[in-house]
Design a protein around this ligand. Structure first.
Ligand SMILES: Cc1ncc(C[n+]2csc(CCOP(=O)(O)OP(=O)(O)O)c2C)c(N)n1
Ligand code: SF4
Length: 276
């Protein structure tokens, strides 16, 4: 049966590499549906990723795509956007990719308000390399490098993005797939640095180490830990522990970096450019 998805995927790249029940496919579907709703020209879209299971998404979508190096998707995407501001640039990252090795790029992309949409698939672990813990692995949960429980405090990626200066920040989950699609659509349509974190399931590298043996167990867990922003706001600090607010957190307007850079180019041209 043909669906909207077929119009946007590279069928020759299938079957995909993902384990059965992995949440990455749900996010792939959400991105495609959001773009289809926006009716964007496929040739004007560039999808950029680093390395990781989630980063394979760029191999499967029929846009202009770039599968770059681990943690560096944002710098590549920045270069593309600065060279051609008319392109719509989407960056797909894993939680390790975005918040560990790529953490500084994330902060500075938000600070500069570069007109990109960052979609972070947060499965709370390094999926591809066998379950090392990441800055988004919850405290006390287990990973292959935290066999006695993770002692690190977790980043709240949404709060980090807001504090650093992003224009749009939201969080969804693969369990709440329709909501996630609409959050991605809004982020894509927003000028400036827009961020959507999607809490996802990795039954292989996270679930098995954390007493969730099947994808269904993981989805049920995600359903339990995700709380709408409104309900979350009424929670006591104790009740918030282990839970994640979902929904839209911020949508604000401020000049994006390509716009400011365009003004500098204009100014330099008016002043005669480099006269050396
Ligand atoms: C510079 C560099 N360091 C480390 C690696 C090994 N590596 C590949 S993917 C990955 C982690 C992937 O985890 P994440 O970004 O959370 O994505 P997921 O696989 O969970 O989707 C690592 C450490 C690499 N490819 N390049
Ligand atoms: S290891 Fe985890 S993130 Fe990677 S494909 Fe398998 S289930 Fe998905």
């Amino acid at each position: 049966m043909k669906t909207v998805i077929n119009d946007y995927i590279r069928e020759e790249m299938f079957p995909n590499i993902w384990c059965p029940g992995c949440g990455n496919g749900i996010v792939l579907g959400a991105i495609i549906r959001a773009i289809d709703d926006l009716n964007w020209d496929k040739d004007k879209i560039v999808a950029v990723s680093g390395i990781g299971c989630s980063s394979r998404i760029t191999g499967y979508v029929d846009f202009c795509t770039m599968n770059t190096t681990h943690g560096r998707a944002l710098p590549f995407a920045t270069g593309i956007k600065m060279a051609n501001p008319d392109l719509k640039v989407i960056v797909v990252m894993g939680d390790g990719d975005c918040s560990a090795i790529g953490g500084n790029h994330f902060i500075h992309a938000a600070r500069r308000n570069i007109d990109l949409t960052a979609i972070i698939i947060n499965n709370m672990i390094y999926g591809m390399t066998g379950g090392q813990y990441s800055p988004l692995t919850p405290t006390a949960k287990f990973g292959s490098t935290a066999p006695y429980g993770n002692i690190d405090q977790t980043f709240d990626l949404a709060e980090l993005a807001i504090a650093a200066g992003a224009s749009y920040v939201a969080r969804g989950t693969v369990y709440n797939a329709r909501q996630s699609t609409s959050l991605i659509k809004k982020a894509l349509d927003k000028k400036g640095f827009s961020v959507v974190e999607i809490i996802s399931d990795c039954p292989i590298s996270y679930g098995k180490m954390n007493k969730m043996k099947s994808p269904v167990d993981m989805l049920k867990w995600i359903k339990d830990i995700a709380v709408s922003k409104k309900v979350w706001e009424g929670f006591s600090p104790d009740k918030k522990k282990g839970k994640y607010a979902i929904g839209e957190f911020l949508s604000k307007d401020r000049p994006d970096y390509t716009e400011l850079y365009g003004e500098i180019i204009k100014k330099a041209q008016e002043m005669g450019g480099n006269k050396q």
